[in-house]
Design a protein around this ligand. Sequence first.
Ligand code: ZN
Length: 300
Amino acid sequence: MSRWWGPNIEIDGSWLLLKDGNYLRRGVTRSMWGTTQSWELAAAETWESDVQQVLKSIDKNRVGQLLLQEINAPGRKKCKIIPIQAANIEETRARPADWSKAMKATERFAKCPNDDFCSATASQPGATPHSSLLRGTGEGSSVRVHYHPGAWMASHQMMGVDGLGLPKLGQEDVLFHELIHVYRAQLGAFEFQVIGGAFGFLEEFYAVVLTNIFLSEGRPDAVLRGDHALEFHSLQDAGQPEDASEFFQRNRTMIERLLNDPSMSVLMHGLTRSGGTAQIANWNPLRVARLARDMYSSLP
Ligand SMILES: [Zn+2]
C-alpha cells in the first residue's frame, strides 16, 4: 500500500528501481549473474514510512511548506516517489513522464533514445546524432522521483567531509531539490538550457538556489551549496559570493528570470514577502531581486 503526502504526492514502494534500469517487485528476491537482490516487504514498508517522515520535516519549513502546497494544488499533475537502492546515490532524479509536456512551449530540446535529457538544442553539447529533437508544449507532466533517504545518510557517500560535523547534503535538502524539478515539470515550465560551469543546466541552478533558500530558512547558520556537483561544495568552495546581494549581482539574469517566471508567481510571491516575521530565509537572493524590481518599477 502506498503512502501519500497530500493529494498529489504518492510514496510507492511496490517496485524497487535497480541500477541496471530493471525493477524488482516488493517481496521478490532475484538471483542473476551470481548476485542476489531482494526487495523485502519490511524494507519497502520502512522506505515508505521514512520518505513520509522526510516530507513531514520539509513541510515544517516555511519554504518547504510553500512548495508542497503548490505541488498539491488542485488540478496539478501527479508526483510519484519510487525507491532506488541506498547505494545508488547518483540515480536520484526527477523524471517527467512526458518531456515535451514538462518543457515550456518555447523550448526545443534533444532527447536520447534511453529517455534521458540531452540538451536544449541540437547544436549544444550532449546532443548526439541519434537523439531526437523535440518541442515543448508547456502542458505540464506527471513526474517520478527516484529517491532513497538512506542514500544520503552514509558517511562514505562523499557528501562533503562527513563525520566531522562538516557540511553535507541532508535527506530533506536532496528531496526538496528534486521536488523543485517536479513542480516545474508539473507546470510545464522546464527550460533545460545548458549554462555551463558548475551548475550545468539552468534548471539545476534554479533547484540549487531554491534549496539554499530552504536551507537558510531551516538552519540560519547552514553552509550553502555553490554548485551542482554530487560532492558538496560550499558557495565559497565554488567561487560564488556568500552574501545574498552579491550572489544576486553575480547571477542576476538567471535569478530575475526565475523570479519573473509567470507560472511560478505564487511560489515567488510567498518566498519574497518581506516585513518582520513574514520574511523568509536570511539568505534569499530572490528577495533581493524583488526589492530591486519593485524599486525600479516605482521610479517615475
Ligand atoms: Zn537537480
